[in-house]
Design a protein around this ligand. Structure first.
Ligand code: SF4
Ligand code: SF4
Length: 318
């Protein structure tokens, strides 16, 4: 896995090749929740059948993909989720999945081959349930605990919005209590999200300070480095641009099988089984403020801090 990752990056740098090392697979837009900041579930689309997804996985395995990251919507709504995970695993990919956890217990037997599972928790019961829905916190926490007990590699992901930016201490404490690493993602602006939930710079800085203070006292729990949070700040508020590897080293697969460079460039899409990936090469001057792809971009642009953090924190998965 490490060799395939290094060889993909080298081939890209030396020969300018497109190597789809990472695929983020938005497997469905459907969701069993309606979070305050998210509107993805409003989107209707014809989803691929299991066999069609398997064909696309085979195609990317041939092209050198090492990581298949499944998200949505709520991916556990798909009854075939286990079959898809197992298929990607059979092609020697790392497979991870993001979930709100409500269906985790129901699907647990089919998820055993996952390399990691990320649960969304946005705060304490009061805050989380305000954002998601009443009863959601208990359900997600139960699932997280069950996943830990059953030996899944488990992470927490917290979306920072207007509702919880000044309550992050609480969710950090939950991660500490449960012995689970946690990462943060500010709400981004896209066609589906509620723009009223997006943070001002002042609000973002307040949340960043809380996270950094916690990191100083409790090393090893936040799954992001100080450098990474600094970079997140600069990108979000247009103080810095970073080279983007969308359409070059990572791609985004939509529920209907269309491939785009990233979530935000859906205007450029192809059927990967019929059209050349070349059509998705994004010009270098493209720059956006969402930080969803920051981890990949900072790793692939070989930022020393990020490489060290990656080696320390992700090597266990490779
Ligand atoms: S944020 Fe996640 S759980 Fe909430 S509505 Fe959107 S897809 Fe569903
Ligand atoms: S800069 Fe942003 S919008 Fe442009 S390709 Fe990269 S991730 Fe997509």
């Amino acid at each position: 896995m490490k060799k395939r990752l290094a060889s993909g990056i080298i081939k890209h740098y030396v020969f300018g090749k497109q190597i789809p090392l990472i695929i983020t697979h938005i497997i469905t837009y459907k969701c069993n929740l309606k979070c305050e900041y998210c509107g993805i579930w409003k989107q209707k689309i014809q989803e691929l059948e299991t066999s069609e997804i398997k064909k696309i996985i085979d195609f990317f395995a041939e092209k050198g993909t090492i990581s298949w990251e499944i998200g949505g919507g709520e991916p556990l709504l798909r009854k075939d989720i286990g079959e898809i995970i197992d298929h990607a695993k059979s092609k020697k990919m790392l497979v991870s999945l993001n979930t709100n956890g409500h269906l985790f217990e129901k699907r647990i037997d089919s998820l055993k081959n996952l390399d990691s599972i990320v649960f969304s928790i946005d705060g304490t019961e009061k805050i989380h349930d305000k954002i998601k829905r009443k009863g959601s916190y208990k359900k997600t926490l139960q699932s997280l605990e069950l996943a830990r007990k059953k030996g899944f590699k488990t992470l927490i992901s917290t979306v920072i919005s207007k509702i919880n930016y000044n309550h992050l201490e609480d969710v950090l404490k939950i991660a500490k209590e449960k012995g689970v690493k946690i990462g943060f993602q500010p709400v981004h602006v896209d066609a589906y999200n509620d723009k009223k939930m997006v943070l001002t710079e002042e609000e973002f800085m307040e949340s960043k300070k809380t996270i950094e203070n916690f990191m100083k006292k409790n090393p090893g729990i936040v799954h992001q480095s100080k450098n990474y949070l600094d970079l997140m700040h600069k990108i979000l508020f247009r103080k810095k641009k970073i080279k983007c590897f969308a359409g070059k080293l990572f791609f985004n697969l939509l529920p209907d099988g269309n491939l785009t460079p990233c979530w935000f460039k859906q205007i450029r899409k192809i059927n990967p089984l019929k059209q050349s990936l070349n059509k998705l090469k994004v010009e270098n001057k493209c720059s956006c403020t969402p930080t969803c792809y920051l981890r990949y971009n900072s790793l692939f642009s070989l930022q020393p801090g990020e490489i060290i953090f990656f080696l320390k924190n992700f090597l266990e998965f490779l």
